[in-house]
Design a protein around this ligand. Structure first.
Ligand code: GLN
Length: 233
């Protein structure tokens, strides 16, 4: 399982989100604290963010610790809406920059923490890679971010073993799902963070229950239970 995070709030540096905290995504790339599947997240990384009204993205097929140029630039890149991830590739999936989250259709970002059978996903020419996560992202982009909970339920019905923790952003809000793995939320005066696991020991982090839809806007955080899929007949 990969580790991912998102931020919506006052603009802050990418370094303060991804590199500097004591258990940052950088540290989680070799020593995650709450990862249930996989051990390290060294198969690529990515960060997408809005700045000056534009969506920008930086991804790499290398471990995050092996991209020192990002570490030199990240302190001066600032954004109020960010999605970032470090990747632990699922066996059989391609190892390439295009397979690293976050994925985009040019308007929104999406990161997937989990795995899903390719048989449970429609083929898509819009997908950025043949990795399961890119096909899932293309499906969400095609259906629209508001359908993210429906897409998770439908894909889980087609593959009951799927793990479908998603984070999506459109520059003004975050949408996330928990389906098989951890997600934590931190609300501060400056904004709201979502993360697979806390990046520090602040007691204000709280766990999102499994099978939940999370919506983060400047007005607050809303959690809605996602129904379990119908068991196969
Ligand atoms: N299945 C996705 C991949 O191979 C995500 C893996 C993960 O969450 N570790 O990249």
């Amino acid at each position: 399982m990969c580790r991912h995070l998102a931020w919506l709030g006052r603009p802050r540096s990418l370094a303060s989100l991804v590199l500097e905290p004591p258990s940052s995504l950088l540290v989680q790339s070799w020593a995650p604290r709450r990862q249930r599947y996989g051990t390290v997240n060294a198969d690529g990384w990515g960060v997408g963010f809005w700045a000056d009204g534009r969506l920008a993205r930086w991804r790499s097929p290398r471990p995050l610790w092996a991209d020192p140029s990002f570490a030199s630039v990240a302190p001066v890149l600032r954004s109020g809406c960010v999605v970032a991830a470090v990747r632990s590739a699922t066996v059989g999936m391609p190892l390439e920059e295009g397979a690293a989250a976050p994925f985009t259709d040019g308007r929104a970002l999406l990161s997937h923490n989990g795995r899903v059978s390719l048989d449970a996903l429609p083929a898509s020419r819009a997908a950025e890679s043949t990795v399961d996560s890119a096909l899932l992202a293309a499906l969400v982009f095609q259906r629209g971010l508001d359908a993210i909970g429906d897409v998770v339920r439908e894909v889980a019905a087609a593959d009951p073993a799927a793990r479908l923790n998603l984070i999506a952003a459109d520059g003004r809000r975050l949408l996330a799902t928990t389906w098989g793995d951890t997600l934590c939320v931190l609300v501060t005066d400056e904004g709201t963070a979502l993360a697979s696991e806390p990046w520090d020991d602040d007691p204000a982090w709280s766990d999102v229950p499994d099978h939940t839809l999370v919506e983060v806007t400047p007005d607050g955080v809303r959690l809605t239970p996602l129904d379990h899929p119908e068991p196969p007949a």
